[in-house]
Design a binder for this molecule. Structure first.
Ligand code: HEC
Length: 146
């Protein structure tokens, strides 16, 4: 693979991960601000379903059911009666205990409860963890390239 193809893939990945965070198409400063500073008037779960996770809902009705449930306070009884089945087919493929993409699990109410607090952006532990892997990963690449 040529270096410019790598750049292109890298930018496509950044674009696809962040461009919908502010619910508008296109990558903007607002997308980055909301990701790292957080959407302080929303829970992490609401931010996720309104942002890059929205595309995974099978239809608008499922999205609306989950959105209403979150806005109404995300009760455990609501989870058991209506919401868990939607999560089972829509989210938990990627967010089961074993797959755990992005470090998130959505199998049980107790898992989802972790995302019901105020959203304050990426946690320090995640930023440090990801930076650590990437900084160390750069060295082997330099040796492969030179
Ligand atoms: C195809 C795989 C996939 C599916 C399906 C999926 N997600 Fe995700 N999810 C990811 C990845 C990858 C990340 C980490 C990158 C990111 O934040 O965009 C993530 C991150 C998250 C986070 C953490 C966000 C944060 O800021 O810490 C939450 C919460 C989440 N997803 C909820 C959901 C919900 C709810 C659904 C179902 C509507 C869902 N996801 C469906 C792949 C998926």
């Amino acid at each position: 693979m040529r270096p410019e193809e790598g750049y292109l893939l890298g930018f496509t990945n950044i674009y696809m991960t962040y461009s919908l965070v502010d619910e508008k198409p296109g990558l903007s400063l607002e997308d980055i601000r909301l990701t790292y500073y957080g959407t302080r008037n929303k829970t992490t779960l609401e931010k996720a379903i309104d942002g890059s996770m929205k595309q995974y809902f099978a239809n608008d009705a499922d999205y609306k059911d989950v959105k209403d449930w979150v806005v109404d306070g995300a009760s455990e009884s609501g989870w058991n009666s209506d919401i868990k089945p939607i999560f089972d087919t829509t989210c938990s493929i990627c967010h089961s205990v074993s797959t755990k993409l992005g470090g998130a699990v959505t199998e049980e109410y107790s898992d989802v409860e972790n995302y019901l607090g105020q959203n304050s952006g990426k946690s320090w532990s995640r930023i440090v963890g990801v930076s650590h892997t990437h900084v160390l990963g750069i060295t082997p690449f330099i040796f492969i390239l030179v």
